[in-house]
Design a protein around this ligand. Structure first.
Ligand code: HEC
Length: 267
């Protein structure tokens, strides 16, 4: 119990620390609700597919998703053939991407089409090349929805947080200087980051009739990133529900049993 209290206090002070350490002004995260929140929350498969579309058409130019395999896309309703096709658009350098893979008969590296069992192919061969191309390292997005305080709420606010006008609360801060080389983002620690704003109306074309607004796009990509970080959420919650139901029934049965066993005992 004592350990638990210490851990809780430590977690609390840590989260307060990050918010206040720099004395920066960050408004509360932008309001958004997700289908996957709450006890009964589940992913919306159509939304995940739209999010994947954004990842593959936009974000994948700079960001990897190296903890996902192409075959994981079956969760989104893609068929085996579709997944094969998606994978085959990428090429894997062998043995660079596969530990222990063989060189070809001439003892050289070779490339082949990616297979459904391959991990998502990253856009850059390594971090140095990624930094060189972008001025900063575009982090792998596999776990980003879990890696930041606020999770999906942070990522959503960050994506929508690029501002032309710097708010008074920020510009009036002591020591704040405008950085012409980077992009101002109200939610990013330190405000300036190397990723240009990505989200705008009609950035990709949806086929399911969903409105193609910047806000909708941001929500869809964030839902997809949350799935990438926690693909087992639906199963976990279904199992949780079953366990609760089981415990409820068990309790009722045990209670009935107890009453029966003790029925004849006189006080
Ligand atoms: C042109 C390249 C490029 C594209 C396209 C791009 N990003 Fe980035 N992104 C970056 C770079 C570079 C950084 C690192 C910024 C820094 O450290 O200053 C970054 C950082 C991030 C971060 C981390 C922010 C943090 O708190 O550290 C997230 C989340 C993110 N990008 C999401 C996305 C999403 C979602 C998309 C697609 C809609 C996308 N990015 C498209 C280059 C890109």
């Amino acid at each position: 119990m004592r350990k638990l209290i210490i851990a809780a206090v430590a977690a609390l002070t840590m989260s307060m620390g990050t918010a206040q350490a720099s004395g920066e002004y960050h408004p509360d995260f932008k309001e958004a609700s997700w289908s996957f929140e709450g006890f009964f929350g589940r992913y919306d498969q159509a939304q995940l597919r739209r999010g994947y579309q954004i990842y593959s058409q936009v974000c994948s130019a700079c960001h990897g998703l190296r903890l996902l395999s192409y075959r994981n896309l079956s969760d989104l309703g893609f068929t085996e053939d579709e997944i094969k096709e998606i994978a085959a658009e990428k090429s894997v350098r062998v043995p660079h991407d596969e530990v222990g893979a063989e060189l070809n008969d001439d003892g050289e590296f070779f490339t082949r089409e990616a297979k459904p069992s391959d991990r998502f192919v990253s856009p850059f061969p390594n971090d140095a090349a990624a930094i060189d191309a972008n001025g900063a390292l575009p982090p792998d997005l596999s776990l980003i929805a879990k890696a930041r305080i606020g999770g999906p709420h942070y990522v959503y606010s960050f994506l929508m947080g690029y501002a032309e006008e710097i708010p008074e609360e920020v510009s009036s801060q002591k020591g704040f200087t405008v950085n012409e080389d980077k992009n101002f983002n109200l939610y990013y620690p330190g405000y300036y980051n190397s990723m240009p704003s990505q989200i705008y109306d009609e950035m990709v074309e949806y086929e399911d009739g969903t409105p193609m607004t910047a806000d909708q796009h941001a929500k869809d990509i964030v839902a997809f990133l949350n799935w990438a970080a926690e693909p087992e959420l639906d199963e976990r919650k279904s199992l949780g529900l079953k366990v609760m139901l089981f415990l409820l029934v068990l309790t009722a049965m045990l209670y009935a049993l107890k009453r029966k066993i003790w029925a004849d005992v006189k006080h």
